[in-house]
Design a binder for this molecule. Sequence first.
Ligand code: FAD
Length: 370
Amino acid sequence: MTTDLHHAPSAQYDCSHDLSHTNTMALACVADTVVTLQDEAQLDSFMTSYVKNTGHNLPLFVLSGGSNVLLPTQLQAIVLRPQMHGITLTDQTQDYVDIEVMAGENWHDLVIHTVNQGWYGLENLALIPGLTGAAPVQNIGAYGVQLEDYLQYVRAYHLPTKTWHSLTATDCEFGYRDSIFKRTPNTWLISRVGFRLHTDETKVLASYGDVQTVAQRYAEQQGRMQPAPADVMHAIIDIRQQKLPDPKQLPNCGSFFQNPIISQNQFISLQSNYSDIVGYPMPDSMVKVAAGWLIEQAGLKGGGIEPIVTHKKQALVLTNHRPYQATQDDVAIAQNHIISCIYEKFAITLAREPVWVNTNGTVGYGEHGV
Ligand SMILES: Cc1cc2nc3c(=O)[nH]c(=O)nc-3n(C[C@H](O)[C@H](O)[C@H](O)COP(=O)(O)OP(=O)(O)OC[C@H]3O[C@@H](n4cnc5c(N)ncnc54)[C@H](O)[C@@H]3O)c2cc1C
């Protein structure tokens, strides 16, 4: 693409950029142009020159850690990469601290940093890959905590109008793995996230799965009667490392399918054939079914269509066995195979969790098929 982007001061441009190593699924991808943003002023100047030089025709796509995206082989868009760094303490009392974190900070490093400082709340979200600026997009959650529980505000740039906004947690319209940013893709670039964390070492949430047992072990090693937030964090890191493949060893993008929500009637009818079906009651007589269980029951654990195969220990995770060569098409083939097998067996349609990025930079969420 012959776009004169070099008028925009300071922001770093890289044409025909290979993004194969910048997505945890390790899909082959080359983008037309990548713009690395080290600070907010660079975004302002880039947007001014971009509009001036291109007439605003080129699509924009924001890419952070690449742990929740399925990239196309050719990405004919301008890829904006927020790389702003910094963690600022903005307020502090005996009970809480307020911090502001720039979008380019690594999420897991932030969690460790806050716990080490005695600032608590984020410990249950340890080891989630990606950068802080992406965390509000799907309101990341794990082990009973969601980002929205500690988020106070987001500073974000509205790309269509080229204006800065401060959005409260309410403005972000958070839902389960959902937010305004997810529902209006290609619209916002989040540059800072504000959190209010607490300082009470006795307040932990360890009731989920094995967390209590493992955290108690850590606590006893430290001579503590009860688990402290640091013990919960270490427990969750241990559990996740055992359960989930490390994308650096075996490329993947975490849970590939959402847990489907079906009617209670359908659930009861399935229960008559599969007495051990795993379901969680939801409002309005609906039941959430474990997608991993469905995939395992269909005999697809460790299966799929090479090179995209479900993990042998965690059926919900699709792994790439041909890193940097496999393409989005390979993912589509394996994904559609799994979706049709599950539909044939259970009459349930699985929906994808990671973001499907089209060649022109637009995105799709949750669709089945391409
Ligand atoms: C092994 C593994 C485990 C995971 N476990 C969990 C888990 O337990 N819970 C959970 O919720 N998620 C989990 N995920 C998913 C993923 O880590 C999160 O969604 C994470 O927040 C994505 O961050 P990222 O920086 O990689 O974003 P990317 O993949 O780069 O981007 C994801 C989406 O956000 C948009 N985006 C990114 N940055 C910005 C920004 N600054 N402003 C506006 N839009 C932006 C992108 O355009 C894209 O649509 C897991 C993923 C993996 C690989």
